[in-house]
Structure formats: structure tokens, C-alpha cells
Design a protein around this ligand. Structure first.
Ligand SMILES: Cc1ncc(COP(=O)(O)O)c(C=O)c1O
Length: 417
């Protein structure tokens, strides 16, 4: 039965205002990711014999480490792991606390009261507003960025105040530019470093400033850190919790999705202020019944083996080097990110003697439709495209071939910036 058939029934008129009320699904605007999907399909149809190079996906191209997969198989066979996990097993919390100490130098996390597992960072971001947001309360978000905490703030009748991340500020929010009345009304500040999509990393000085600002304005900091361990060229993994006073003002979200090639496994953790962790646990307990214990045990094994992440980071670092060199040889001003698998680069204004690109979206559509290279455009704070080095390539030789192919395809035009 088609969706349209039911749009004239009470199902349609019963929809909540937060998803559009009676108008839900009738918006004719096509959203960014749907546009990319459609352009990809059109390009494949137009050029069936040309390889589509996908630099758009935000997830790893490889499987989890075989040792972690083996651990899952072993634990999945044990009857004691079969039931509801509720708010998690001590072994995972202890591994998370060790991981924070070993990788980030965070010494003072109590695994009993200051850590809880999550079914990935995304559901944690979806639940945190339920812990804090009443109608009219403000969440400060950074744009461009990952919107989930803001979406749920609005679902609950709260407001979102967006702070732009710009190149001039190293893609760090200018906290002093946030108006005083917003800072006073804000309950939550969302930060994400290394950042999606800009690839920027924070510094201890910036985090220290965040702690000071949060205390002065009585704001809770949510640091979303799924890329925290994916850093390059001597840049040390940095946890917000490593900064003095951070635990007084906030929590940090970690995830095995990106740093352990485990996106589909759905496992991560929240750590930090014990009162926030406790309240989050109460809300979480009313949302899910915990991740499969065998997955928690396999993930705990992974957290005790950070060398798995280091090998993944070395691969991305190598790919970033190739991609940055290729783009710069074509006239782009690409700068290798300090962390994450994203390269965020300013879109050209057009092609010499040819097409103009009014937005990054225009440029991204050109890349997919004419060059069969998929990227994600961002126009929130300047026109940029995001290329992810998670493209499929089974060997170093194959990585070089893919990047050479991108260069070859883009070499027949001269871009204007
Ligand atoms: C900034 C950011 N936060 C959270 C997530 C979601 O991570 P998880 O797979 O742990 O839910 C992503 C995934 O793309 C992300 O980029």
C-alpha cells in the first residue's frame, strides 16, 4: 500500500508538530543527502561504464579488526551474555576508563559512576536534551556540524543558537561573540573535535577557555568525540576531560564506530560529570535496554588495544597526504586536517570560460554529474566540500590509483577560486 493512500487519513493529521504536523512529508524541498543520492543514480545511469569514486561516505571502508570479530563470536556463544544489558556491564566501563587514561591521559574517571555505555554517540546526543531541556531553553550548536543534539532540543520545545565555524577562527567557535542573553539562557553547548566536517582539532587552551566560559555562564558542555583518537602527524589525541575543571561542567561522548571500523556494531560511551552520567542513565534506561553484552565485551577488548586505531589512523593519514597533494596541484587550497577522515576544502567559484558555482552544492553536483566523484557540500559558513578518505581501496597501490584518477578527471578544466 502506498504512502499517498494514507495521506488523506487521520494518520496524516495526527502527526506531531515537531515533525511537521499535518504537513509532514509534503515539503517539496529536497534535502542535501537525498540530492546527492539522486545525482549519484543519474550519473551512474548516464555513464554506466565509468567508475563512481565515492568520497562522500562518512564511514570506514574496512571491517573491524579480526581479533575483535573473533571476540564477538566467542562471547556471542555464551549463554550468560544473552539477556538485556540494561545500563551495561562493569567490564566495559572499566575498559572505557582505562582507554581514557591510556590514550588521552585522563586519570580520574571512576568507572562505576562516571562512565556508561551507549549504543553509539548518536542515540546519546538524541537523549541528552531530555536530561536538560525544558521548553524555551537554549542549546548552542556549531555549524557546519552534526545536528542531532539540536534536533532533539527543538523536539522538546527548546531553541537552537548556531555559532559558525570559520577558517579565520581555526574552525573553533568564538565564545566571546555569543550574545550575553543567549549565554545566560543556554543550558547546553555542543562541541565536536576533531570536527565533522571541518577536520579541525581543538587545543588544550581552547578547552580551558570552554571550561571557564561554561562555569561563568552555567552551561553544560557536551563534547562529541567520535574522531578523538584519529589524529595525524604527531597531533596527540585530546580529550576535553583532560582539561582541569572539565568534569565540573560536562561530559564527553566516545564511539568505536570510526576509530575501530565498527559503525554497524553500535557501541560507544559517555564519560565525565557523575551527576550528568547518572541522570543520563535514567533517561537511557527509558529508551533502550543496553547493547548486546557480547558486543560490549568485544568492544572492551578493542579499547584495550589502541594500536588497532593507530593503524587505521596511519592509513587515513597516508590517504589525506595523497588527496591534499592532488587537489592542490589543481589549484585548490587544501590543508591536511589534524584529525578525522574528512578533508574540508573551499569550493571554486567556477571554471575558467565556463560554468559558475554559486554554492558548494552547485560544485558538488557538478563533481558527481560530470566527473562521477561524490562529495558532500556545506554552505552554512562559506562554500566548502567535504571529501572523506574512507573511499574503497584495498591496497596502497589502489589508493594511489584512485587519487590519480580524481586528478586526471579534474585536469581538463581550470578552476577559479
Ligand atoms: C560528529 C559525529 N557525532 C556522532 C556521530 C555518530 O556516531 P555513532 O556511530 O557513534 O552513533 C557521527 C557519525 O557520523 C559524527 O560525525
Amino acid at each position: 500500500m502506498s504512502v499517498e493512500r494514507y495521506q488523506s487519513t487521520y494518520i496524516q493529521t495526527h502527526f506531531a508538530e515537531r515533525i511537521g504536523g499535518a504537513d509532514y512529508g509534503k515539503d517539496t524541498n529536497i534535502y542535501k543527502f537525498e540530492k546527492i543520492k539522486r545525482a549519484k543514480a543519474a550519473a551512474k545511469l548516464a555513464f554506466p561504464d565509468v567508475e563512481l569514486i565515492d568520497m562522500g561516505v562518512g564511514e570506514p571502508d574496512e571491517m573491524a579488526d579480526p581479533q575483535i570479530v573473533a571476540k564477538l563470536a566467542e562471547e556471542a556463544a555464551k549463554p550468560e551474555n544473552r539477556g538485556y544489558a540494561d545500563n551495561g556491564i562493569p567490564a566495559f566501563k572499566e575498559a572505557a576508563a582505562r582507554y581514557l587514561r591510556n590514550v588521552f591521559g585522563v586519570e580520574d574517571i571512576d568507572p562505576q559512576t562516571e562512565v556508561l555505555h551507549t549504543i553509539g554517540a548518536k542515540p546519546a546526543l538524541a537523549m541528552l536534551p531530555s536530561v536538560f531541556i525544558n521548553p524555551g531553553d537554549v542549546t548552542i550548536m556549531t555549524v557546519p556540524g552534526y545536528p542531532i543534539l539540536g534536533t532533539h532540543t527543538k523536539y522538546l520545545g527548546g531553541e537552537v543558537y548556531n555559532v559558525k565555524l570559520t577558517e579565520e577562527n581555526g574552525f573553533l567557535p568564538d565564545l566571546d561573540a555569543i550574545p550575553q542573553d543567549i549565554a545566560r539562557r543556554a543550558k547546553l553547548l555542543y562541541l565536536n573535535y576533531p570536527n565533522n566536517p571541518t577536520g579541525a582539532a581543538a587545543t588544550p587552551e581552547f578547552f580551558a577557555k570552554v571550561v571557564e566560559w561554561a562555569k561563568a555562564n552555567e552551561v553544560v558542555v557536551v563534547h562529541d568525540a567520535p574522531y578523538a583518537a584519529l589524529t595525524y602527524d604527531g597531533e596527540k589525541p585530546l580529550s576535553f576531560l583532560s582539561v582541569p575543571g572539565a568534569k565540573d561542567v560536562g561530559v564527553e561522548l566516545h564511539s568505536l564506530s570510526k576509530s575501530y571500523n565498527m559503525t554497524g556494531w553500535r557501541i560507544g560511551f559517555i564519560a565525565g560529570n557523575p551527576l550528568i552520567v547518572k541522570a543520563f542513565g535514567d533517561v537511557k534506561d527509558n529508551n533502550d535496554s543496553g547493547q548486546f553484552i557480547a558486543i560490549q565485551k568485544a568492544a572492551a577488548f578493542g579499547l584495550d588495544h589502541p594500536e588497532i586505531t593507530e593503524a587505521i589512523a596511519a592509513k587515513y593519514s597516508r590517504r589525506h597526504n595523497l588527496l591534499v597533494a592532488a587537489l592542490n596541484s589543481l589549484g585548490f587550497r587544501a590543508v591536511k586536517p589534524k584529525g578525522s577522515f574528512f578533508l574540508y576544502v573551499a569550493a571554486p567559484k567556477g571554471i575558467k570560460g565556463g560554468q559558475r558555482f554559486a554554492t558548494a552544492e552547485d560544485f558538488s553536483q557538478y563533481l558527481i554529474r560530470e566527473k562521477l566523484i561524490s562529495t558532500v557540500p556545506w554552505d552554512d559558513a562559506g562554500a566548502y566540500i567535504r571529501l572523506s578518505v574512507t573511499f574503497v581501496a584495498g591496497s596502497e597501490a589502489e589508493e594511489i590509483r584512485v587519487i590519480e584518477e580524481i586528478k586526471r578527471r579534474l585536469s581538463d578544466v581550470a578552476f577559479e577560486f
